[in-house]
Design a protein around this ligand. Structure first.
Ligand SMILES: Nc1ncnc2c1ncn2[C@@H]1O[C@H](COP(=O)(O)OP(=O)(O)OP(=O)(O)O)[C@@H](O)[C@H]1O
Length: 336
């Protein structure tokens, strides 16, 4: 549905060239909530803005439903853009216009007949839970309510893609959650594909099904969010994951560890502790839990346990083999 093919964006400023995006190819499927994660300067905004050509890539193609936007005439591009909604960190509402007028503006831009605008504004306000705010000004709204207006405006012309540029970064955690739930709801009910950029892994964990991690303009890892949380490959990905799922063991505890430290993952099952208990019974090993959690990613459990395993090397090996047979992924963190 959305495909970046070898996108490069080079900025020229003060006679210098800055590479914003460096040869990125990515596919976003219809119905995805696709998260693009990276630190400041990684190139997320530049890439996102290439979707609707707010930034024109220096080279490469942006295909939306098979149509290369970079090849369109300015008239066709205007029409194509109406089907790509966008929301922003700082909302960008017109403060002198009421909530209703802010939304109506997008409908007028798409030349919706005047007599249908009112009803559509009501419909959109209902969708975002703001029916009673039609006649108030943005200054009278909370941050979360402003973002809801932003969402209503972005959905005005029934887009097939919604781009979210750090849409919850200015909001407190509770409001963030309510906006993310609204986005998820919109994705489900209306089938809109969502592409969001964020530096917060929590956001990705909460609503995205697929993700890409960017560094220095490049995509360094991509895939299903669940798989990336279960086994992140790149150090930067691991760093981002550890901001949500942390396994720091205090050095004072580590100092006393005598056996092998292993990480045990149970994908899609909450039965991990039972398997570990069975293992301890069957084999002549002693296990000490150092850490354990069950994360729910897209409602699928991911059990992650860190433990010290003591015993002779054959027993430890057999115990690990048994856990793997029972569906665990076992990774040795350190040998003593
Ligand atoms: N208009 C511009 N002119 C010159 N350089 C730019 C411009 N926009 C972005 N850049 C540069 O491109 C690189 C990528 O920036 P970009 O804003 O896309 O990253 P980002 O991951 O979205 O970070 P942030 O969250 O801070 O916006 C940075 O080095 C940035 O300085």
């Amino acid at each position: 549905m959305l495909e970046f093919q070898n996108i490069t964006k080079i900025y020229k400023s003060k006679g210098k060239e800055v590479v914003g995006v460096d040869n990125v190819s990515l596919k976003v499927n219809k119905g995805d909530i696709f998260g693009i994660v990276g630190y400041s300067g990684a190139g997320k905004s530049s890439l996102l803005r290439c979707v609707n050509l707010l930034e024109r890539p220096t080279s490469g193609k942006v295909l939306v439903n098979g149509v290369d936007l970079t090849e369109l005439s300015s008239k066709d591009l205007r029409t194509a853009r109406l089907k790509i909604g966008m929301i922003f960190q700082h909302f960008y509402l017109v403060s002198q216009k009421t909530v209703g007028e802010n939304i109506a503006f997008a409908l007028r831009a798409a030349k919706l007949p005047k007599n249908r605008i009112d009803a559509r504004v009501d419909e959109l306000l209902d969708m975002v839970g703001l029916t009673d705010k039609r006649d108030v000004y943005p200054g009278q709204l909370s941050g979360g309510q402003k973002q809801r207006v932003g969402i209503a405006r972005a959905l005005a012309n029934n887009p097939s893609i919604l781009l979210c540029d750090e849409a919850t970064s200015a909001l407190d955690p509770k409001t963030t959650l309510s906006i993310l739930r609204l986005l998820k709801d919109i994705n489900k009910k209306l089938g809109i594909t969502i592409v969001l950029i964020t530096h917060e892994m929590d956001v990705v964990k909460e609503i995205c099904n697929r993700m890409a991690i960017m560094q220095d303009g490049r995509v360094i890892e991509e895939g299903e969010v669940y798989d990336i949380f279960a086994s992140p490959h790149e150090p930067l990905t691991q760093e981002f994951i550890s901001s949500v799922v942390s396994f720091e063991i205090p050095p004072a505890i580590l100092k006393d560890v005598q056996g092998e430290i292993i990480k045990i993952l149970f994908k899609g099952s909450v039965a991990g502790e039972g398997v570990i208990a069975d293992t301890m019974q069957r084999f002549d090993v002693k296990g000490n839990f150092l850490h354990g959690t069950i994360e729910y990613i897209q409602d699928r459990p991911l059990g992650i346990f860190l433990m010290e395993l003591q015993g002779d090397s054959q027993a430890v090996k057999d115990a690990k083999g048994y856990m793997e047979e029972r569906g665990a992924i076992v990774e040795v963190i350190s040998h003593v």
